[in-house]
Design a binder for this molecule. Sequence first.
Ligand SMILES: Cc1cc2nc3c(=O)[nH]c(=O)nc-3n(C[C@H](O)[C@H](O)[C@H](O)COP(=O)(O)OP(=O)(O)OC[C@H]3O[C@@H](n4cnc5c(N)ncnc54)[C@H](O)[C@@H]3O)c2cc1C
Length: 481
Amino acid sequence: MVVMGICFLGNGPSGICLSYLLSGHTPYVSQDAAHPNPLLQHKLREQPDLSLLEQDLEYLCEGLEGRSSNPVAVLFDSLLLPDSDFGLEHSSPLIWRYEPERAIPHLVLGRGPPGGAWHAMEGSMLTLSLANWMELPGLKLKDWLREKRRNVRNDRATPAEIALYYQHYVSQKSLEQNFACGTTVTEVTRVHGDGDEPCWRVTGVQRREGEELGEEVPFSILARNVVLATGTHDIPARLRVDGESLPFVCHSFWELEAAISRGELDELSEPVLVVGAGLTAADAVLATRHLSAPVYHAFRRSVTDPGLIFNQLPKLLYPEYHKVHQMMTQQQYGSPTSSSSSSSYPNYLSFPKHRVVKFLPNKKCILESDLGQKTAIQVSKALVLIGSHPNLSFLPDHGRSLGVYRNEPISCRRNPIDVDPFTNRVTEAPGMYAMGPLVGENFVRFLKGGALAIVSDLHKRQKLLMDDTWVRADTDWSIKG
Ligand SMILES: Cc1cc2nc3c(=O)[nH]c(=O)nc-3n(C[C@H](O)[C@H](O)[C@H](O)COP(=O)(O)OP(=O)(O)OC[C@H]3O[C@@H](n4cnc5c(N)ncnc54)[C@H](O)[C@@H]3O)c2cc1C
């Protein structure tokens, strides 16, 4: 059993950014810098000697607007990358000082290597954001990329590169000693020690390196505070229709890639059905078309629906996604142009405003339009790529009591964990914080705000934390970067 101050679950960009701030890397506003927002600039000048962590975040956030609904996320983003929405490269007014005396002992638990979901995306060909939106404080992604490849062709990077950048970040910033990789948390419960303040018991298993293959050793930690940063990409969403478990129906991009590498798909194959209209579905359409294999593409929204991600992305920055949207628009099932031989996108057919009714063992799939018209299509494979859910099985009732809508499953978009917007403290659980997609912040660009809110809150309660350093370690606990 180990007793400690803060333990966080999840070693993706959220956990890494939080570990950086907790390790004593402290943001200050440079005296010479000018922020393009005059109101914010004025406020930043009021207490120049205070670090950002000690400032009143709520006050600084007032009046700021941005693409996130979380005020601290907008504040931190506008300080790290001022005016980046307009494609401008205004330098950040923040300077980072390493102040080890501020460091708060903490432990980051995660299943795989540091980088989280980005390691699972490695095979995917595309990235969404401008590369610097994915960077973490204090290490320019572009500089690192430039060192890695001779010339950077554009502002974007592949998921594999981003995953490597996060891993490199952890070693470059000397954070490894806080990371226990290869650990899976299986249970988090609130416990009351003898006369002690209540705290959290985190239990799970750790894969040991260099020992017999697959050997997992149980561990148990007591922590005054826990941070949930486990992301939301663990369980692929399902349609819940008949036949969904048939072997030709897949729920991840990986299964498509595996089929491609086995040489199962080419121009002579029956069409691949892609279900969904998000970016992973778009990646699947592009990958399948790259092999000249025919594609059917079914999704529930109309192509002009403003909620469709393609209608929100700047066309110039994301030409390949724009191309998919063009295909979805021009090649609609039942429209005269879609069957013409002069079509610019042969071998692709979209089924907007359609849902899957069922899959049959003979690889047929029944679709139904919003007008109730049914269509049977023959396919070689079906890829259901309609999002994913977090796996919070380590919490009582899968964390349902923590959501904005109590007793409903937690999801990034529909039911994030209910937190205080300026501290990220979980409303229903004292001593628990949450950040990242679990609180509805799906982009790396904005999840950094959660780290600022948490560390700022912890610093303000630091007196309390002074006694919360590691006080007992009577287990053979191994920490691996
Ligand atoms: C296909 C795809 C493309 C994307 N493209 C972009 C993009 O271009 N730009 C962008 O900003 N964002 C993008 N995202 C979103 C991005 O993945 C998230 O913003 C980011 O990774 C969230 O970081 P996180 O640290 O909160 O969670 P994650 O990166 O999901 O990391 C959480 C970690 O916690 C671990 N974990 C979970 N449960 C446990 C447990 N019980 N015990 C131990 N460890 C556990 C997981 O294994 C994982 O390693 C994309 C996502 C997907 C799926």
